[in-house]
Design a protein around this ligand. Sequence first.
Ligand code: GDP
Ligand code: MG
Length: 255
Amino acid sequence: MHRGLAVAVVVPAYGEARLLPRMLRRLPAWVDAVYVVDDASDDGTAEAALAVGDPRLRVVRHSVNRGVGAAIATGYAAALAAPADVVAVMAGDDQMDPGDLPSLLAPLADGRADHVKGDRLAHPEARRMPLARRAGTRFLAGVTRAATGLRVHDSQCGYTATTAACLRALPLDDLWPRYGYPNDLLALLARGGFRVAEVPVRPVYADEASGLRPWHVVTILAVIARRWGAGRAPGRPRRAGAPAGARFGRSPLAE
Ligand SMILES: Nc1nc2c(ncn2[C@@H]2O[C@H](COP(=O)(O)OP(=O)(O)O)[C@@H](O)[C@H]2O)c(=O)[nH]1
Ligand SMILES: [Mg+2]
């Protein structure tokens, strides 16, 4: 429990036997439940997770690889089947600083947002992100803002926390299954009129290897295009606006 909230963490993991145990051992003691989603890894990822011996941990396995977005949707479903107030997502390659989790949860605990995501570009150590990553992220964030109307600055950051109520209302079976899922999730949130907040998180680049390739930008643009204008759909639910000055997605009331 953290600030009165039961906290679940979903960890998508594909070929992460080396880094996943280190990531799991760094999770704060107040996290209530952890769902590792192993997506048909062939390197013993699931066994490595179980060997950590954390009683909070459950491993869910896909029998064939379905992609990081599909794995997160599976993790969300598992987390929602148990009592949880908020569900965070942290990558299995130890690229998300657990020290940032309280700031991700704060807007949810304060009732100011439904979904909070990390913004690596707003962190004092933003320059740790490789230059091409920073440029690509800025470009994709611009397109995502235009498509959804949400004022997001790091659309590609997968470090998030969402209320269980919001997740229950989202059509998660419809979420894009592979790279590009964060943009698709933002479109679904915008379409539902949910309040999205960004908080600075530390960019971590160490000994991991990314599966993302430059050509994925084309896929991501296509994913964004398929729900273009989602946040401006007529008749979407109206929700309370965010406090002035916060880095929140555009409130329907402010339009
Ligand atoms: N379950 C699952 N996880 C994946 C898949 N592809 C990537 N991941 C995980 O998603 C996280 C982020 O992927 P990564 O390739 O490191 O992307 P990047 O950090 O944005 O460059 C890591 O924990 C990966 O293990 C997949 O196909 N299935
Ligand atoms: Mg990574």
